[in-house]
Each structure stands twice: as C-alpha cells, then as structure tokens.
Design a protein around this ligand. Structure first.
Ligand SMILES: [Fe+2]
Length: 276
C-alpha cells in the first residue's frame, strides 16, 4: 500500500534535487549517469562461521536498481544478465528495486528469475519499494518466482546441502532491525537486509553472512578510499566487514536517486563465499 507521507517527501526530493540537477545541466548529468556502465565485480569472502557444506557458494548479489527516470528497466536487466552468466548458485536482491513507482518493474523480476540459480532467487524490500506500492512489487516478484523474505527463514537445497536463507524488511534504525533479526524463527546461514544496520544484531545472533545495500556507498567517495564517502549516516557503507566470525557485504548498488557517482561505480556483484 502507498505510504503517503514518505511518498510526498520522496516526490519533493525528486522534483527539487534530481529534476533540478537535470534542468540546471540541460539533462547532461542524467544522460551521463545513464550511460555509465554497471560494473560486474567478482569478490571472494572468507568467513569463519560460514558452513563447510557451502564452501565456495556463488551468490549473485544485486541491489538498489532504483528503476525509473535514472534507470530504464533494460539497463537493469542487462546487469542482471551479465552477473547471472558467470554461473551462480543463488541470486539475492537487497531492495530498492524501484525509485518512486512500482509500475514497470516486472521485466526485471523475470530477468532475475531467468538466472540459473539452483538454490533460488530471493528479495527483501528497501525503503523506496515502500513509497508507492509494496504489494504490487511483492506480487510481481512472486509471479516470476523470486521469493520475497519478510521476517522469514526458508530452506534452500536439501540434506547436507541445505542452506537457510532469511530476510528482514526495511527498517530505519538499529533498534527496529535488532527486533526484526531477533524475531527470525531460526538463525539463517545467509541474511538479506536492505539496511546494513541489521548487521549489529545479525553478528550478535551468529548469522554467518549478511548482505545489504541502501547506502549507495555515498555515491561520491574519495579516490581509492571507498569508505571515505558521503554516506555519513552509515559506518558500514561499502564492501566487506567482519565481526565475531560473521561477515557483512554492503553492495553500493546499481542505481541512484541522484544522477552523480564519483569514485563509486555502480555495481552488481558475484560473491564466492568461503569458510575460513
Ligand atoms: Fe537505494
């Protein structure tokens, strides 16, 4: 259901910041932004608590497409196709699929589901997914076979290859996310949470790996120092973090709500997760 207050704030921000930047630069900023190639990054994570049975699991992690004015669905689908072609076991999308409007997102879910991933395709919603019509996004995901996780833990695979995948919905604060993680029916091996602030509770509960997005890596970072960036509200803003034998990966996202990224390239990521 639409959230009127947030929706209005987002629309005002879009009109004042995004569209104004477009107008002031005669559209150059957004044209350049849309022309920027989304990088496919391949990374290996070593996590002491990662289950030995899943040593070497290949996860396609995509996040923050912000479909809309700055992200045509074809551009997003192309990035999903490229990371999916690398050979993956599981696809995880950590939210903000859309920027303002939910309409038109269906082809992206079809593209996610088309990625051959024997352990499945999973989604959690981000703050932007709640602005217009979260139920519509949920139904599009479901129709295409992408599993929406909202306080659930599900089994991917069977027997010795069983992997527990959990997800929590968007939460703004550490306190809200703590509650959501504590309420999970069991401790997952892999947790999806749009906001990386969920990692505090996830590490305390012994969740081996948490995947997040939301920060966009600040969109503007110091050259060669991705964590020195404009995401001032987040200490966990980009890349891999470790605590108590558990890991967090913060994807800087494929899209944006403002048409500028500097030393913070848009990304989709193939993670190879190793125990160790
Ligand atoms: Fe986002």
């Amino acid at each position: 259901m639409a959230n009127g207050r947030l929706d209005l704030r987002a629309r005002v921000r879009h009109a004042v910041v995004t569209r104004a930047a477009d107008a002031l630069t005669l559209g150059v900023l957004s044209r350049r932004h849309r022309a920027q190639r989304i990088e496919v990054r391949e990374l290996e994570l070593r996590i002491p608590r990662w289950p030995a049975a899943h040593d070497g699991l290949r996860v396609a992690h995509v996040s923050d497409f912000h479909l809309g004015h700055l992200m045509p669905v074809e551009r997003a689908a192309d990035a999903v196709r490229r990371v999916g072609a690398l050979g993956v076991d599981l696809l995880a999308c950590t939210g903000d699929v859309v920027d303002l409007h939910a309409d038109g997102a269906e082809p992206l879910f079809a593209e996610m589901a088309a990625v051959r991933a024997p352990l499945g395709h999973y989604l959690v919603l981000g703050n932007h997914d709640h602005l217009h019509d979260a139920k519509l996004i949920a139904s599009m995901a479901r129709r295409n076979g992408v599993r929406l996780l909202d306080g659930d833990v599900v089994e991917a695979g069977t027997g010795a290859s069983r992997l527990l995948v959990g997800g929590v919905d968007w939460g703004r604060s550490i306190r809200v996310l703590d509650r959501a993680v504590v309420r999970l029916p069991e401790v997952p091996d892999l947790l999806l949470a749009h906001n990386p602030k969920a990692f505090h509770a996830a590490a305390a509960r012994g969740v081996p790996l948490t995947l997040s997005g939301h920060t966009h890596g600040g969109q503007v970072a110091w050259k060669g120092r991705p964590r020195t960036n404009l995401s001032f509200a987040h200490r966990l803003s980009a890349g891999a973090y470790a605590r108590d034998g558990c890991g967090l990966f913060v994807n800087v996202g494929a899209g944006a709500w403002f048409p500028l990224r500097l030393h913070c390239a848009p990304e989709v990521v193939l993670l190879t997760v190793r125990r160790g």
